[in-house]
Design a binder for this molecule. Sequence first.
Ligand SMILES: Nc1ncnc2c1ncn2[C@@H]1O[C@H](COP(=O)(O)OP(=O)(O)OP(=O)(O)O)[C@@H](O)[C@H]1O
Length: 221
Amino acid sequence: MIQLRDVYYAYLTEPVLKGINLDIPQGTITVLSGENGSGKSTLLKVILGELIPQQGEVRLMDTPVAEMTDFSAVSYVPQVQVMNQVAFKITCLELVSLNLYREFGFWKIPTQAAKAKARKQMEALSLSEYIDTPFNELSGGLKQRTMIARALVNEPKLLILDEPTANVDAESTKAFLAQLNQLKAEEHLTIVIVSHDLQALQENLAIDTHYRLRLGELSHA
Ligand SMILES: Nc1ncnc2c1ncn2[C@@H]1O[C@H](COP(=O)(O)OP(=O)(O)OP(=O)(O)O)[C@@H](O)[C@H]1O
């Protein structure tokens, strides 16, 4: 699903990523940890083709990422801050439905079918009571969960999560990680998680591989 070969990336002169090799098979859960500033977000951006490495090769779903035009099978949820707001008034259901825009048809507005799918996805993440709530009024944890519902609604093959349990209480974290296990087992979803919350992950998540990024190099944790 993801392959990196000898990848170097530098913003300025000193490389942040120094010869990264990585193989992530389909249907696995990979955890990526490392100190603040160790390059985790940079690595995610390289995997997603947002940053082009100066050296090395990045392949997503057997295609060089630089040649990919259709990213519909890839969902990325950046870290959500409590202060994150969307610029216009929108309910959670509308926000989740918007990620089905490929199905909107001629009028380019969410269809009833898209809304029904979004509703089902929100229910699966225990968000039923927030369907009509304006997104900007939610707490950080609920915003995070709504963004994850949005990421899952178009049935991706690859889900990349940056600090998904930050600002989320212990009980919701546990429920959310159980859902990730289920998505791996039932949908064969490939999941990559950047996290500091290692104890919760190790206790509740069916992790296949845990890598640590340190001084620009990746090793098994
Ligand atoms: N746009 C940029 N321009 C220059 N340097 C940058 C830029 N973005 C990040 N860096 C530097 O690259 C290094 C890695 O940053 P990155 O955000 O990838 O780390 P991180 O492990 O994700 O950190 P955190 O855990 O704090 O999110 C840091 O030294 C950071 O200051």
